[in-house]
Write a protein that binds this ligand. Sequence first.
Ligand code: PEP
Ligand code: MN
Length: 353
Amino acid sequence: MELESILLPGIDSKRPLLIAGPCSAETEEQVVTTAMQLASKGIKIFRAGIWKPRTKPGGFEGIGIEGLPWMRRVKKETGMYITTEVATAKHVEAALEAEMDMLWIGARTSANPFAVQEIADALQGVNIPVLVKNPVNPDLELWIGAMERINNAGVKKIAAIHRGFSSYDKKIYRNLPQWHIPIELRRRIPNLPIFCDPSHIGGKRELVAPLCQQAMDLGFDGLIVESHCNPDCAWSDASQQITPDVLDYILNLLVIREEKQTTENLKELRRQIDDCDNDLIEVLAKRMRVSREIGTFKKEHDMTILQTGRYSEILEKRGAQGALCGMSAEFIKKVFEAIHEESVRQQMEIISK
Ligand code: PEP
Ligand code: MN
């Protein structure tokens, strides 16, 4: 992807880049009051949802174009930049007409290539930053694909927003962070700025601060946080919104650690990791050789490759062993599932010969 800096004039590159504002624009007073309070805390980019994709019909689906002049007022009276979510070509046109400085694509939209393409077509020739939230499902390729569609339309100021992934069994988070996915995104596209949206990951006020800190510790570039002048009365996402005061408090407590130059100690530790990884690969190769021998045996004796009882026994025993060595049984199970899959593949090769 050909990318350009998303920094707007007057915004410095110090981490974290900040975007804050309510989940939804509700009334002119709520929008302007929240924006004034945020501006007084030094926030320079104001977010508010004008069109809201809701899981079920009947909820508040956004104020619509009626709210656009309120955003313009924020821009005029506070000097903040303004941004909103777009999900259709019509939204893009209306948002540009209202002089939005930045747009974002929501999680439900980025999961749909037709919708993203429609937005991309409407963005031809526009060069304002476009932030793309991860799709609701944990699919990195779909996320990258959405950004590529926008990039192919000529938009070079692109950033990603990590807002967590929906899962059937919700535990503490509203949307699971699955940090390895944005980390892999960073590895794949190192110059792409990544924002964290702690509000939609956490779903609860108490989780905003720890999630902001985790995102900073993982080297994220920015934060987009839902903030409302009266969170308890918010028309959407009330339980995850915080007042501008609380946001300011959280931001002041954030510890920003910079990626340090490699020190000698770190070099030595990394050398040890390289050694461990080499050993792992050798052991795995040896295990596969044994597996292939078993494959030959199974072939000669007309046995099926998959011996379910044996497989369950391996998963169970290794899980317990791993737990004894201080690793999570779930992690060990994942590793052995992957190893088993490769063993089966190798045995199938033998059998089909
Ligand atoms: C939002 O930012 O208010 C929003 C609807 O988020 P998401 O698309 O991440 O659910
Ligand atoms: Mn929201």
